[in-house]
Design a protein around this ligand. Structure first.
Ligand SMILES: Nc1ncnc2c1ncn2[C@@H]1O[C@H](COP(=O)(O)OP(=O)(O)O)[C@@H](O)[C@H]1O
Ligand SMILES: [Mg+2]
Length: 257
């Protein structure tokens, strides 16, 4: 048990079908932010690119796919990337896992939930980073999660992408009632670009209170992964660190007593 707060573990998927919107950046820095606040976090990478481990400067030997294929035990695959921050890596081997899940006749969508069940309530948070697109791994991540954080890039017109993503979520909610889109995180805010502010207002008018304070465009956020560091380690005084801290606080605020 690595719990530090009472109550149930919160499981949060960081997801949106569109790529390059800041999902992985959000998953990693949100996880790091929660750890800074004394929470224990399991960070799960569901992307074949294995970006999460790289961003944390970790070179994993195995991950989710090897666990499901019974090549390693779950506790062998979960590595402590930072004190209190535990990583279950993704990576290329997930491609094979997709085929394994696809071949299952029944219950394939719950493969990840079943695999991770022994870790339920071992951590304060499980944060799941998902790949772009919509595949069996993302569906699995959403069957596992209870809350969804959807990052939406303000630099492109991606409101439509969010509306479509919500429809896909609704299909899952029919079978998994506890799932809800809880946070919309505007990313790549650039005040110099008028479109950026317009998009933010549009998001707020459609999604109201779900919309969190935006994450500004900040080059430090894109540099940090090259050093295998979170933004709090690489540039703790940067706007990127400030914005991810604010997002962390918003999410902490909703913890059940
Ligand atoms: N707020 C931001 N400001 C500047 N660059 C960012 C920001 N958020 C993410 N990036 C960079 O943009 C790229 C895409 O982000 P990423 O988190 O990988 O998106 P996704 O996981 O949705 O594909 C990465 O190179 C990342 O470092
Ligand atoms: Mg990503």
């Amino acid at each position: 048990m690595r719990r530090t707060v009472p109550g149930k573990m919160r499981s949060i998927a960081v997801s949106l079908s569109k790529g390059g919107v800041g999902k992985t950046t959000t998953a990693v820095n949100l996880a790091a932010g929660l750890v800074r606040s004394g929470r224990s976090v399991l960070l799960v990478d569901m992307d074949t690119q294995g970006q999460v481990a790289k961003m944390l400067g970790v070179q994993p030997q195995c991950g989710m796919a090897e666990v499901i294929n019974n090549e390693v035990r779950l506790d062998e695959a979960v590595v402590e990337a930072r004190p209190g921050l535990w990583l279950l890596p993704g990576g290329r081997t997930l491609a094979g896992l997709k085929r394994v899940i696809d071949r299952k006749e029944y219950g394939g969508e719950r493969t990840i939930s079943e695999t991770l069940a022994p870790l339920d309530d071992c951590y304060d948070y499980a944060i799941v980073d998902t790949a772009p697109g919509w595949d069996v791994l993302t569906v699995n991540a959403l069957f596992y999660a209870q809350e969804v954080v959807a990052p939406v890039a303000l630099e492109v017109m991606s409101l439509q992408g969010l509306v479509e993503f919500e429809h896909s979520l609704q299909a899952i909610q029919r079978y998994h009632k506890d799932l809800r889109l809880r946070y919309v995180v505007p990313t790549f805010l650039d005040r110099r670009v008028r479109k950026s502010d317009n998009m933010l207002r549009q998001l707020q008018s459609h999604y109201g209170d779900l919309v969190c304070a935006p994450i500004r465009y900040n080059v430090r956020l894109s540099e940090a992964p090259g050093f295998g560091q979170t933004v709090f380690e690489y540039a703790p005084a940067s706007p990127g660190a400030e914005d991810y801290l604010a997002l962390t606080e918003r999410i902490l605020h909703d913890e059940q007593p």
